[in-house]
Ligand binder design. Structure first.
Ligand code: HPA
Ligand code: ZN
Length: 345
């Protein structure tokens, strides 16, 4: 492939046409303010925001916790399986327009079961959307059930127990919410149980938490991918290990700026991570809150980092497909399509 012959101006179009996997999207974080208000009215949930505009204005975050407070308030409007279905379908339609061919959706059952919503409504609503996305949009999708790390391991174990009758609908499990003070070790037993069930394991680590959390996610939870992981650069030995083992990192550029992990996109370390040989992927995290879906995350990066070029765009899309938990035959087909996009450029 002759990447150097491709003009930089063509990147937005090429990235859009490239088949991509989105591996770090909290589906509750795709709830746009308009849908939050519509569901609040439908379900008679009182919101502390007077209007869609007021809710949008509240999206000025200082750190992860300031975001999570708003995110959990937004998710409180979801009540029945139709709500979960509608939320996920709205996401899938946007993802399809961005060229996403594979989406592995995080969802937070404890946020809903704590309010009396049955886990069955959550999962079956999302499953209905995944089936429709495959049939009508050509998106291959899977569900990753996340445990909230600010809650106890007992609560996570109970959640796993409650989800067991629906095990067939789960691709894997993850770990999210407030990172600092809630190290991966806290969830050693529940992840061990998940591995025994044959579930894929991922965890947020090294977003706000230290590099040691990335190491314990790998060594204690035995995760196959690290969500965020951007703070790995503070530990050279860890970077070497991540490179050697090709552990995928699901990086979320716009999220990192909104949550003040980096002061600006020009200061983002994604190019450094790529040059260190890491298997970096680009994702949207909570697109309704952070200013854009996956394509915006790519274009914001390429706009801000002049050292990134066409080969990097190809590499990032390729990494996302390879790091997904999709079937090998599906991956092979997407990888061929990706090469065709760049070969004809
Ligand atoms: N980090 C941790 N927990 C989350 C996030 C995040 O970026 N988004 C939704 N839950
Ligand atoms: Zn996340």
């Amino acid at each position: 492939m002759n990447f150097s012959a491709i003009p930089r101006e063509r990147l937005p179009e090429l990235i859009r046409r490239s088949p991509k996997a989105e591996l770090h999207i909290h589906i509750e974080g795709s709830l746009e303010p308009e849908m939050i208000f519509a569901l609040a009215t439908k379900n008679q949930v009182r919101l502390n925001y007077a209007s869609v505009e007021a809710l949008r204005q509240a999206c000025a975050f200082t750190d992860l916790q300031s975001f999570l407070d708003l995110y959990y308030a937004g998710a409180s409007v979801l009540r029945d399986d139709d709500d979960f279905y509608a939320m996920a379908m709205a996401y899938f339609r946007r993802a399809a327009a961005d060229g996403v061919v594979r989406a592995e959706l995080f969802f937070d059952p404890q946020t809903h079961t704590e309010r009396g919503v049955p886990i069955r409504s959550v999962i079956l609503g999302l499953v209905r959307a995944c089936d429709e996305a495959r049939r009508d949009l050509g998106i291959s999708a899977g569900l990753i059930m996340c445990f909230l790390r600010h809650l106890s391991e007992e609560s996570a174990l109970q959640t796993l127990h409650d989800a067991l009758p629906l095990r067939q609908h789960l691709l894997g499990v993850g770990l999210d919410s407030s990172e600092r003070g809630n190290p991966p070790e806290k969830f050693a037993r529940v992840f061990e149980a998940c591995r025994a069930l044959g579930l894929h394991c991922v965890a947020h680590a090294g977003e706000e938490g230290p590099p040691a959390y990335i190491e314990s996610a790998l060594d204690v939870l035995k995760v196959e991918r690290v969500d965020h992981g951007v703070r790995c650069l503070e530990d050279a030995a860890l970077v070497q290990r991540l490179s050697r083992e090709q552990v995928p990192l699901t990086v979320c550029p716009l999220s990192n700026i909104k949550l003040c992990v980096f002061a600006s996109m020009a200061k983002h370390n994604l190019a450094t991570l790529l040059r260190a040989g890491l298997c970096v992927t680009v994702n949207s995290d909570d697109p309704a809150y952070f200013g854009g879906y996956v394509l915006r995350n790519y274009t914001a990066l390429f706009d801000a980092l002049p050292e990134l070029g066409p080969r990097d765009a190809w590499q990032l899309a390729r990494n996302s497909l390879q790091a997904s938990f999709a079937e090998p035959a599906e991956k092979e087909a997407w990888l061929r399509q990706l090469d065709a996009v760049f070969a004809s450029a």
